[in-house]
Design a protein. Structure first.
Length: 147
């Protein structure tokens, strides 16, 4: 059974962290955990704050193709594993109005100056393809066809 983007978004609601993968200039794949901040009315875009001096930002500047990996549970009492892999393109945003729109209080742990933190930027990952595994149910969808 093919799931819709809205159904996948519902399953993602309790997943706080994702792994964001980039390709380095040497061709290796680099991955790091990123907080989703539980902003999971997922419509194909995911948003993450970062410092512009990180290797991840340099990787995205060189090659915007990225991957996001999510893992959670599903089914009765969360007894079944749920996995989601998103393939997409990242863009780097330095717009304080968008910072304010996506800011949550928990982010102050890393950036005590909030949206006025020097070097702060927002990474927007626009998903293009999603592959999911929900127990024995597996499928793939193209996001542009779902939005």
């Amino acid at each position: 059974m093919t799931r819709t983007l809205a159904e996948l978004s519902e399953k993602m609601r309790d997943i706080d962290f994702t792994v964001l993968s980039t390709r380095t200039n040497g061709g290796a794949i680099a991955a790091r955990p990123m907080s989703n901040n539980r902003e999971v009315d997922y419509s194909g875009d995911a948003w993450f704050f970062a410092d512009e001096t990180t290797r991840m930002v340099g990787d995205i500047e060189a090659d915007p193709h990225v991957g996001l990996s999510y893992q959670g549970t599903s089914g009765f009492l969360g007894m079944r594993p749920f996995f989601l892999a998103v393939e997409g393109k990242a863009s780097l945003i330095r717009d304080k109005a968008l910072f304010a729109e996506h800011w949550t209080k928990g982010l102050e742990r890393w950036w005590p100056d909030g949206i006025d933190t020097p070097g702060l930027l927002l990474i927007k990952v626009s998903g293009e393809r999603v592959h999911y595994w929900d127990g024995e149910d597996e499928g793939e969808l193209t996001i542009a066809a779902q939005v």
